[in-house]
Design a protein around this ligand. Structure first.
Ligand SMILES: [Ca+2]
Length: 668
């Protein structure tokens, strides 16, 4: 499968619908994800908690260092790491580059976010730096991230645009986040509200739509005054585009009580959703609501919003649950959970949005018109004019949904992994299947991996100490096919968890962030990994994938194709092995497969083809070992795992007295 698609994960939950779905996964299947063949490969220790979902770019050419899949990890210590995604053997312990943006805000603190807990901010400890998931523009080779720093002048949010190859700041970067908007709200001065970094947490994932970068903000533990803000930056100039500032509660005065304004954008770390017409969808937390039909009100607490973006940010539609006043009064944010846009399906109501909130309700909405007859908000009744409302969740919905093959997956607090089939714009009334594990606070935020519509797996991370990575056959989530607590001796144990963490799957690996760590999971046998990549479901069929089979009929058996990083499914007579006399020495070159860590390479010499002596060996554990005058040099990888070719050149040293024969022997 030379043409097997390579996945990138450039934004939270894979796409701007926030489906969490990667359909280019050709290695991991329900058959091989179990604790016999799948597990933790290694862990990257990092300098802070990893709230942001890790991102991933396949095939980055690092100058002078070859081609690599890279993992991008942001921490609450205000660092961004680019890490080798497949092994920590390259670069320095796998770290391609790391940048730090300065001191994060140490917590607990009474300096900000001090409304609850005896005046201490404790929601995110032990520091607040980077919380929202960054976003990558692959065409520009740029990663955008918001960092929160504590400086002599106070607390600052800065937008950084980093070169994904080397971590350097791109042109115009960084910029201090600063914004204002007309309004008469409690914190306004002279009819202007000014963005206050200390009052606003950057919690939700960053969003890129066209050439506009959206960054949304909320409050630290509901500490007033704060608002929901969305700032739309031109990604070239890193300046806010005129008209691209939106405030959820711009005119909330003290007439609305002691907690006027608010309506933050948290969404459990989820991202603003974007449809094909670049409309933005998001949910707001509790706060002032005045947008009763026909009132002209501009306050949108506890609402699902659609903004148009064609001429600045404008409210295009909204849905507010009938009980919004109660939600606001009891800190029962709708916006604790994240929405998802459902990919278009046949039948009626092809354009769906699903999402839930802290009230324990889950909503299915027609995003072309969120409410029937544009009711928006039912001020006098106790029903909502939307497609469907689930009222029977076991707990608060504070996570995000995911999608695969006509089904929605979600779990609330104290809930289980559940899948619901979609038909004609509604979800099945009861789950299509339900998992066995109860997820305590805050529930789980699933992601899905699949090869097209086959081999679907639903993944999630349980927030616990340690965190637990779990996997389910997506077609029927009844059975947990894997969890990281199964293997003996804590083989697969994660670090302690962080709230709302969502794992990420790309190209045969699963990445799970936790406290001070990101762990990398995959097939534990590199040979099985290679065979599955090339032979799919035939990976364990010895007639096709066996070491001494030659399914492409080129005379090179699979073991040698594996060792030399060639494609076993495309006939390529000949191989990368070549010999020459250089400076009077015999030199042999070949492509060693750096992913074949289970193989032993033995270079041998003989004067007569009868007596062979070992000149050099290569093992993953010891590298090249010389048994005499021979030496080896290697270049950087010229291809991606699991065919990670590196050109090895072996010099046999002392000129032979007579003719010399050399050979390469491969074994496990
Ligand atoms: Ca072959």
């Amino acid at each position: 499968m030379a043409g097997a698609p390579r996945a990138n994960v450039l934004t939270y939950h894979n796409d701007n619908f926030r489906t969490g779905l990667n359909t280019n996964e050709t290695i991991l299947t329900p058959a091989n994800v179990n604790s016999s063949t799948f597990g933790k490969l290694f862990t990257y220790n990092v300098d802070g908690y990893v709230f942001a979902q890790p991102l991933y770019v396949s095939g980055v050419v690092v100058p002078g260092q070859g081609i690599h899949n890279l993992l991008y990890v942001a921490t609450e210590h205000n660092s961004v790491y680019a890490l080798e995604a497949d092994s920590n053997k390259w670069f320095t312990n796998g770290v391609v580059w790391k940048v730090n943006f300065g001191p994060a805000a140490i917590t607990p603190t009474n300096a900000f976010g001090n409304r609850y807990n005896g005046g201490q901010y404790t929601d995110i400890t032990n520091e607040v730096g980077i919380t929202g998931t960054p976003v990558i523009d692959l065409g520009r080779g740029t990663l955008f991230v918001d960092a929160f720093t504590r400086e002599a002048s106070g607390f600052i949010h800065r937008l950084h645009a980093l070169n994904i190859t080397n971590g350097s700041e791109q042109l115009h970067s960084p910029v201090v986040v600063a914004a204002s908007i007309a309004g008469t709200a409690v914190d306004s001065v002279g009819g202007i509200i000014t963005f206050s970094a200390m009052q606003q947490i950057q919690r939700s994932a960053l969003t890129l739509a066209g050439d506009t970068l959206y960054i949304a903000y909320s409050g630290y533990a509901d500490t007033d005054p704060f608002h929901g803000w969305i700032l739309g930056y031109d990604e070239t100039s890193l300046q806010i585009k005129p008209g691209y500032v939106f405030n959820t509660t711009p005119n909330a005065t003290s007439a609305f009580g002691p907690n006027a304004a608010e309506a933050g954008i948290w969404m459990g770390g989820g991202g603003i959703c974007v449809d094909a017409n670049t409309n933005l969808y998001f949910q707001t937390g509790n706060g002032t609501f005045t947008a009763t039909n026909g009132s002209g009100g501009t306050e949108y607490g506890d609402s699902i919003m659609r903004l148009s973006t064609t001429n600045g940010l404008k409210v295009a539609d909204y849905f507010t649950p009938w009980e919004q006043a109660t939600l606001a009064l009891n800190d029962t944010d709708l916006g604790s959970g994240a929405p998802m846009l459902v990919p278009d399906l046949p039948g009626t109501n092809a354009h769906l949005l699903v999402g839930g909130g802290k009230s324990g309700k889950f909503y299915v909405v027609n995003r072309d018109q969120l409410t029937s007859n544009n009711t928006h908000y039912n001020a006098t009744g106790n029903t909502d004019a939307i497609l469907q409302t689930f009222t029977n969740l076991p707990g608060r919905f504070m996570t995000g949904p995911a999608y695969f093959n006509g089904a929605v997956y979600y779990s609330s607090w104290n809930d289980k992994m559940k899948s619901y089939a979609i038909s004609n714009g509604v979800l099945s009334k009861t789950p299509t299947s339900t998992g066995p594990r109860t997820f305590a606070f805050p529930g789980c935020t699933p992601v899905l991996s699949a090869s097209g519509t086959n081999n679907g797996i639903a993944w999630s991370t349980a927030f616990s100490a340690p965190a637990v990575l779990t996997a389910y056959n997506a077609t029927n989530v009844t059975a947990e096919i894997y969890n990281s607590a199964q293997a003996a001796g804590n083989r697969d144990a994660l670090a302690n968890g962080v709230k709302f963490a969502s794992p990420m799957v790309a190209n045969g690996k699963v990445y799970a962030g936790a406290q001070f760590a990101v762990s990398v999971f995959g097939l534990t046998n590199p040979s099985l990994n290679w065979k599955t990549f090339h032979f799919g479901n035939n990976a364990t069929n010895s007639a096709i994938a066996g070491d001494f089979a030659d399914p492409d009929g080129d005379g090179i058996v699979n073991l040698l194709e594996y060792a030399l990083a060639s494609d076993p499914t495309v006939a390529s007579p000949g191989n990368s092995l070549s010999a020459a006399v250089v400076g009077g020495h015999c030199q042999v070159s070949f492509n060693r497969n750096a992913s074949a860590t289970d193989l032993v390479y033995v270079l041998e010499a003989s004067p007569d083809l009868a007596a062979w002596t070992t000149a050099l060996t290569y093992t993953s554990a010891s590298g090249w070992v010389s048994f005499g005058a021979a030496s080896a040099t290697e270049g950087p990888p010229s291809a991606l795992p699991p065919d990670q070719a590196v050109k090895a050149t072996v010099d046999f040293g002392t000129p032979p007295a007579t003719a010399q024969f050399v050979r390469l022997r491969i074994h496990r």
